[in-house]
Design a protein around this ligand. Structure first.
Ligand SMILES: Nc1ncnc2c1ncn2[C@@H]1O[C@H](COP(=O)(O)OP(=O)(O)OP(=O)(O)O)[C@@H](O)[C@H]1O
Length: 778
């Protein structure tokens, strides 16, 4: 062992010792804090005298409550910080750092050695940095430069200097396994090692090996919108997650994890990526799917189709009578012209077309929908639309007040009073006594007048109606949306161009679904948009950053919606048009359309062209599937060529797949995915392959990324990766249509180490763009 290596091991030992000492002290402190929190919680009420007899007593009670609550909150926050710090240190004790730069600042002769790890560690006095956080300004030199002139940006300005050397360390359980001088080693050894490993149940952080182009994304910090377009496996999701960690570090005084939302494709993906931030000592951001948001907003009104049901229809219902029309509808309803048509339609509603529901009480109309509409259209048209609606709402609430007065002498109220249970009667008595200023002991002295009770009963009965009016549920939103489709000719008033030729059928399909209480996925966002344009946007200003992964699956419509929903947020959008698998993704859409969201000066686009996930032979193969594939640069990792095996029957296929799975298991693959085109095909495959030990079936709604051998439909496999991928049936019959190219590309790019394709009969024509030397025909 060289003395240099020994010295480095000694340093590791020294730093590890310090970390262990800190852990020991922090453990003591956190357990003290924990006891404190438990004690405050337990004795919370003992410390407070609740007395509300006089105003002064009341005030004292409130102040006491406040003080105790504050003490609890301070202790809880301190405890949380200490536990976070503790879990970071526990991680660091096994590998305190992963890199080092030797840097000489301009104007100085001293070479500084900067060790880089997942968090900052200083000596006891706090003056010497033993480890720098990977997000510290100076650490960017590690990711951005090779030895030579280098610089980094601090809040005080740019610091220039000379990067003398750059080192990578591999430390495991406190033992230095290897260290590389990156100016001497050829290729990126540590990256090779990391990428060569098998998959895990969760994605891991990449801080030790972030590449320069990825670092640009992580540290990008100007403008409202960052668009990242990158090849499959280029590290978009990874960069997005490290970027969140970076933002949480840089803006730790003003942003917390709850103020960042990651929009992800499905729950399984959520579980797959959920470990990256905690691994970096940060709390997880909020994770949602767009569908969850739609359900949250609309599931009371409709049964909403989910995006995968829509896709399953597109993939499997080719023979359905209205297939062509439905697909045309999906495309059109996601388009900018339809978005603009909805905006024009809403404008037109200022002069006519608003529909309202009757407001009824006990079966009798208080005001009919028609009367409400007349009132609305006779109001001052110079007011803003939303203010007119507000006035209308106030007018209706007044009507309810009038009803309350007239109803209380009606015979039904008398009947209700007679039928009141003792408990209900006593509750009413107590409520009215308090309302009339009677306190505790004196409550019994209150004599309830029958009229007051009658009023209370009517008021209770009218409560739901008041709530409906306050929340604008007297607007007939379904009816208004349906009006867009009731007469196929009407759309021309709001649309600048011709609607698709299938428009009359699209209208019929839409109306049929809505009349059955269903909302197709393609209608969900337009419906919600119209709703918000009419009632005012329900905005969320607390969110400071939203990250949209797999952005190619969103329509421009949805982005516009998100922009309005989160007016105070910056946005990071990551995607790959080669993987745009939804039917609404037509050829013309690209990320340039998104520049319009915040304008060009607020937008930056970064491209990632190097792909890391798969071995070089797999990337060479998959990139040939796409016309623009030559722009994808494979990371140079060796591996086997993909194999295509033609079989003549499904019986044969199932036998062969079973033995292939055994072989791949023998090669050490932790995750093997048998990827099918649709859920329908997956179901058949899963049943036929039931002899495979511990085979799992991933369906829409699956919550966890499963290790082992899974059968999975194409669209659910996106965003995730497997050690080995088996394409269940890459035949012309299954993938014979050019429109399936992106799906086919997406599934093949899920493979990290092995890619095996089977074809029952003639292989798909999509493979004709791949030359014969890029795969083995077995
Ligand atoms: N700099 C890096 N260091 C180590 N591993 C990396 C790096 N960049 C990417 N990877 C690995 O490459 C794989 C693909 O990364 P990721 O899933 O982030 O790519 P993606 O662009 O989101 O892919 P896709 O679009 O195909 O879903 C992951 O296993 C990730 O850990």
């Amino acid at each position: 062992m060289s003395s240099k290596f020994q010295q480095e091991q000694q340093r590791v030992d020294h730093v590890t010792e310090i970390i262990q000492e800190r852990i020991y002290n922090l453990e003591k402190e956190t357990s003290k804090r924990k006891d404190e929190v438990v004690k405050i919680r337990k004795h919370f009420w003992d410390e407070i005298k609740v007395n509300t007899d006089t105003f002064d007593d009341y005030l004292e009670t409130i102040i006491g409550l406040r003080q105790e609550a504050q003490a609890l909150s301070v202790s809880q926050t301190t405890h949380r910080h200490a536990s976070n710090k503790l879990s970071t240190l526990r991680r660091m004790q096994h590998a305190p750092y992963f890199g080092r730069i030797d840097f000489i600042e301009e104007g100085s002769t001293d070479e500084e050695q900067i060790y880089i790890g997942i968090a900052t560690l200083t000596n006891e006095s706090g003056e010497d940095f033993l480890v720098y956080d990977w997000r510290a300004p100076i650490s960017s030199v590690y990711y951005d430069y090779q030895p030579g002139a280098a610089q980094y940006t601090t809040p005080a300005g740019i610091i220039k200097g000379e990067l003398e050397k750059k080192w990578q360390y591999l430390i495991h359980n406190g033992v230095l396994q290897s260290m590389f001088d990156t100016s001497i080693t050829i290729g990126d050894e540590i990256l090779q090692q990391v990428l060569g490993k098998g998959t895990d149940k969760h994605m891991h952080s990449i801080v030790a090996t972030i590449q320069q182009e990825q670092n640009r994304i992580i540290r990008h910090d100007h403008g409202r919108l960052l668009i990242v377009h990158g090849a499959a496996g280029s590290g978009k999701t990874s960069a997005a997650l490290q970027r969140i960690a970076y933002l949480l570090y840089k803006y730790r005084d003003s942003i917390n994890a709850d103020q960042i939302i990651l929009f992800s494709p499905n729950s399984m993906f959520n579980s797959y990526v959920s470990n990256v931030l905690p691994e970096l000592g940060e709390e997880n951001m909020q994770q949602v799917t767009f569908q969850e948001y739609l359900n949250h907003r609309l599931s009371n009104e409709f049964q909403i189709e989910n995006p995968y049901e829509q896709l399953e229809y597109v993939l499997t219902a080719l023979d359905a009578p209205s297939y062509k029309q439905r697909v045309a509808g999906i495309r059109f309803k996601a388009s900018t012209p339809f978005f603009e048509a909805i905006e024009s339609y809403r404008k037109a509603l200022e002069t006519s077309g608003m529909l309202f529901k009757d407001i009824r009480f006990r079966g009798k109309p208080i005001v009919t929908g028609e009367e409400i509409a007349n009132r609305f259209y006779s109001s001052d048209t110079s007011l803003r639309f939303h203010n007119r609606l507000e006035r209308l709402r106030n007018w209706l609430l007044k009507k309810i007040n009038e009803t309350q007065k007239t109803e209380r002498t009606e015979p039904w109220v008398e009947e209700e009073i007679e039928l009141l249970s003792n408990e209900a009667y006593n509750n009413a008595h107590k409520y009215l006594a308090k309302k009339n200023g009677f306190q505790r002991e004196s409550i019994a002295d209150y004599e309830m007048e029958p009229d007051a009770l009658a009023r209370l009963i009517v008021q209770q009965k009218l409560k739901p109606l008041r709530k409906r009016i306050r929340t604008y549920r007297f607007i007939d939103m379904k009816g208004i949306y349906k009006q867009l489709f009731t007469n196929p000719l009407h759309i021309k008033q709001w649309l600048d161009e011709e609607p698709p030729t299938e428009w009359p059928d699209i209208c019929q399909i839409t109306l049929d679904e809505i009349n059955n209480g269903k909302l197709l996925y393609e209608d969900a966002t337009p419906y919600l948009l119209l709703n918000e344009l009419i009632q005012g946007f329900q905005t969320n200003r607390t969110i400071k950053h939203i990250v949209v992964d797999e952005a190619q699956d969103y329509s421009p419509f949805q982005f516009e919606y998100l922009r309005r929903l989160f007016p105070a947020a910056k946005m990071t959008v990551l995607g790959d048009f080669n993987q745009a698998i939804f039917a609404h993704a037509n050829e013309q859409v690209d990320f340039q359309t998104l520049t319009g969201l915040y304008g060009p000066e607020q937008t930056e686009v970064i491209n990632l062209s190097r792909s890391y996930r798969s071995t070089k032979p797999i990337i060479e193969f998959t990139r040939r599937l796409m016309p623009n594939g030559d722009q994808i640069i494979p990371f140079d990792r060796d591996g086997d060529l993909p194999v295509l095996t033609r079989l003549e029957s499904y019986a044969e296929l199932h036998l062969v797949i079973s033995s292939k799975v055994d072989e791949l298991r023998g090669l050490g693959c932790n995750t093997i995915a048998i990827i099918c085109k649709s859920a329908e095909e997956s179901k058949r495959a899963y049943e036929a392959l039931s002899n495979i030990n511990d085979l799992k079936h991933v369906k829409n709604g699956s919550m966890e990324y499963e290790q082992g051998v899974v059968v999975i439909p194409s669209y659910l496999s996106k965003g995730i990766e497997f050690d080995a991928v088996i394409i269940y049936d890459a035949s012309e019959i299954v993938y014979g249509d050019e429109s399936l190219r992106r799906i086919f590309y997406t599934v093949c790019t899920r493979a990290m180490h092995y890619l095996q394709l089977y074809s029952v009969g003639e292989p798909t024509r999509l493979l004709q763009t791949v030359s014969n030397d890029q795969f083995i025909m077995a």
